[in-house]
Design a protein around this ligand. Structure first.
Ligand SMILES: [Zn+2]
Length: 303
């Protein structure tokens, strides 16, 4: 029940909020709940499908190539009406196929695919029914977003550290803390900034005890301690873990004009669609041989 609420109801309701303002239990309009028990009872009553874990049995592992769920599997998982479920499955399959063909036909810089490239990708799959049309695939393409440098909402999010859909999670053991998504994110979404004190490269090198230094071009951001502008806040950027093999975030530098003057910032973007509960990872750009082999014992750099 809680998983269903967290992954679907809450994730959808808070999608358009710029800040969650610390609300965990919200109604469909993202208003904070006053009577949690009554609302959970209502959710249980109005739940359109059986709990998520059962839904997954039927839709789980769904890919554009998988076969539709059999009537027996549907009934076994608690879905008594097979026909509507089958129609829903076909719709999902069509969407999956459309986005799969798009991913195959797009240009290297995620440019709009040509009709010819889409046709080639479709022919390769050889689907005989429930096939998206060439025009639908081309229309489904969305231009990658590149926020303008004067972006007011980006400046506000950085100044207020009001990032949406993030939570610090303690994974325990050697791994420690990391950041997970509490809202679905789309490829190209702004996630958060690497927040800290902006210093020069030379100053960064002097602070060799600090493990939270991020060098870029001639500058360095030191996030080892809380910043002067948010002395009460543990900002997200410094808790993001490293992954060389499966990063889902990419940092990018922007020069923004804040009320107190211009300054460069490092902003993380989603490299792909990200699901609720997924850990957010970026490639620190270091290997065990970096820094003259100083990191040779750090096995996590290979992950
Ligand atoms: Zn700050």
């Amino acid at each position: 029940m809680l998983e269903c609420y967290f992954c679907h109801v809450r994730a959808e309701a808070t999608k358009r909020l710029t800040s969650e303002q610390g609300r965990f239990f919200v109604d469909c309009g993202a208003n904070p709940l006053t009577n949690l028990y009554a609302d959970l009872q209502r959710l249980r009553k109005n739940l359109p499908t059986p709990p998520v874990s059962l839904g997954r049995q039927v839709f789980g592992g769904l890919s554009c190539l998988s076969a539709p769920p059999s009537k027996r599997l549907c009934v076994g998982a608690g879905f008594t009406a097979h026909r509507p479920l089958y129609r829903k499955w076909r719709n999902v399959q069509l969407l999956e196929r459309t986005s799969y063909i798009l991913s195959q036909a797009m240009g290297r810089q995620a440019t709009q695919p040509t009709e010819e490239a889409v046709r080639r990708a479709l022919t390769k799959e050889g689907w005989v029914n429930n096939t998206p049309s060439v025009q639908d695939v081309v229309r489904g393409w969305v231009a990658p977003r590149d926020p303008p440098t004067c972006s007011r909402s980006l400046i506000r999010s950085i100044s207020e550290q009001s990032w949406r859909g993030l939570a610090v999670r303690d994974f325990g053991g050697e791994k420690g803390k990391g950041v997970v998504a509490t809202c679905p994110m789309d490829k190209g979404d702004v996630v958060c900034d690497y927040h800290g004190t902006l210093i020069s490269q030379a100053e960064g090198r002097r602070r060799e005890d600090s493990i939270y230094r991020f060098y870029f071009q001639e500058l360095c951001i030191d996030a080892s301690s809380r910043c002067d502008c948010h002395p009460e806040v543990d900002t997200y950027g410094r808790f993001l873990n490293h992954s060389r093999k499966r990063p889902n975030l990419k940092p990018k530098r922007f020069d923004l004009t804040f009320p107190d003057g211009p300054r460069p910032v490092l902003v993380f973007f989603a490299m792909q669609n990200i699901k609720v509960g997924e850990e957010l990872l970026w490639d620190y750009g270091m290997t065990r041989t970096s820094f003259g082999g100083e990191g040779k014992d750090l096995a996590w750099l290979d992950m």
